[in-house]
Design a protein around this ligand. Structure first.
Ligand SMILES: Cc1ncc(COP(=O)(O)O)c(C=O)c1O
Length: 433
């Protein structure tokens, strides 16, 4: 059991002198030096997942392709720069993420903008800084028609709602017919007409059926629908198509093995080629948009146990972070695993629950996990913490967002500082009333 837990961590994780280390760096020392909660990313793991996407796409897709990292998984300046080192683009949701990409020096052609209800500021930032806008709806398109009178527009792709979803939590399904995302068939046909009438740079179609799925089969329906649509609207040579991202990963030893990225990429490539051939369509420029499957496994969160509390039903390890840096258990009932940082290989004795310090009963990281006896002041490491933690974090109860480190070449570098108490009041006016 412990060994399968260990395999959820980055591949460079070792037990050295009875302590966990990643990429040759001792996690206990990092926690002592930087405090907890602490997020640690392993650059080698990120590079390996990026290389796998490149290799698979290169082998499976005969035409042009690209990978756009879904910044919503976790975006900061260093991560944005990492995407470019991989030859990837960045998918930004709204003006905030565009601002991070611009700050990181990402070139216009490598910024793609998503958003289900883009504000005027989002659209303006997209027009000024992005190479592609994925248009979610007809209202947005009419705002873009207005903007086109004063600005040159980037490429526009239209987001299609294929009417089918993948097998995942209801909150991460996005392709079904009453989803808030994208346009249905009639709306896309209408949107294409508007683009043509107004000479807008309509270049492609996009759909995304959901996130954290392990079976690619439902994407086949999405591909069929989008290719029928492409045929109906008459796409030209050089058209672009993105079936989004969303490929899942294992968070817990019970979910192992990890769903192979090969299965996902090959499925999409094969179905698209076959579907285009069947309909006499030119092969599109294929774009994949992974987030989680690129960075989740590279990230590990570290917490310190403050209190060990016995209740009638269980033993609680109360740690110094939780809901405010990782709301995924509260949001989706996500099931995590963990190891102690010291003596991680010792046989588990009894199940414990691990919860945070925040004033919500839902502030739980792990409902039940067998661990060796753990004392106050010990450290816990939770694997698969690299996606949708920091990006969804909050200042609830005055929490300061954790520091983030990147381990590369045997050293840990700070890529995002821990928030301070003065950050909490930085936006406040000192007004007495
Ligand atoms: C449009 C779009 N693309 C890509 C992604 C990335 O999903 P994941 O991080 O699961 O790969 C998402 C996530 O919800 C999304 O909404």
């Amino acid at each position: 059991m412990i060994n399968s837990r260990l395999s959820l961590f980055p591949a460079s994780t070792r037990v050295v002198h009875d302590r966990l280390s990643i990429g040759g760096v001792d996690l206990h020392s990092l926690a002592d030096q930087h405090g907890t909660p602490l997020y640690v990313y392993d650059r080698a793991e990120m590079d390996a997942s990026a290389a796998l996407y490149r290799e698979l796409l290169g082998a499976a897709w005969p035409g042009h392709w690209s990978v756009t990292y879904a910044g919503k998984a976790f975006l900061c300046t260093a991560i944005a720069r990492w995407t470019r080192k991989q030859g990837f683009s960045v998918d930004c949701t709204g003006a905030g993420e565009i601002g991070i990409a611009v700050h990181a020096g990402i070139e216009r052609e490598h910024i793609l903008v998503h958003g289900v209800n883009k504000s005027a500021a989002d659209l303006l930032a997209a027009v000024q800084h992005a190479g592609t806008i994925v248009v979610d709806n007809l209202s947005e398109l009419s705002r873009l028609v207005e903007l086109s009178k004063t600005h040159a527009l980037p490429d526009l792709w239209l987001r299609f709602q294929p009417g089918s979803s993948v097998d995942t939590h209801a909150y991460t399904q996005t392709g079904h017919s009453d989803s808030k995302f994208g346009m249905n068939w009639e709306q896309i046909v209408h949107a294409v007409g508007i683009c043509r009438q107004n000479n807008l740079p309509f270049r492609g179609l996009h759909f995304h059926q959901g996130s954290q799925f392990r079976d690619p089969e439902p994407i086949g329906d999405g591909i069929d629908r989008v290719l029928d649509l492409a045929q109906a609207i008459g796409v030209q040579d050089g058209w672009h198509l993105s079936p989004g991202g969303g490929w899942g990963i294992s968070y817990h030893e019970d979910d192992l093995p990890n769903p192979p990225v090969e299965l996902y990429v090959r499925f999409i490539a094969a179905n698209l080629q076959e579907g285009c051939q069947k309909r006499g369509l030119p092969l599109p420029y294929l774009h994949l948009e992974p987030g989680r499957s690129l960075v989740a496994r590279a990230g590990v969160s570290l917490y310190r146990v403050g209190t060990v509390k016995q209740t009638s039903g269980r033993t609680w390890l109360l740690v110094d972070g939780g809901l405010a840096d990782n709301p995924r258990h509260a949001l989706y009932g996500a099931k995590y695993s963990c190891l102690t940082v010291d003596r991680p290989l010792e046989a588990p004795l009894a199940p414990v629950a691990i919860a945070g310090p925040y004033c919500e009963s839902g502030d739980v990281l792990i409902e039940s996990i067998p661990l060796r006896a753990v004392n106050e002041d010990e450290l816990i490491a939770i694997p698969v913490s690299g996606a949708y933690h920091i990006s969804m974090s909050s200042n609830y109860n005055g929490a300061r967002r954790p520091a983030v480190l990147m381990i590369t070449d045997g050293q840990a570098h700070l890529i995002q500082a821990r928030e301070t108490i003065s950050d909490l009041t930085r936006r406040d006016e000192t007004l007495d009333f």
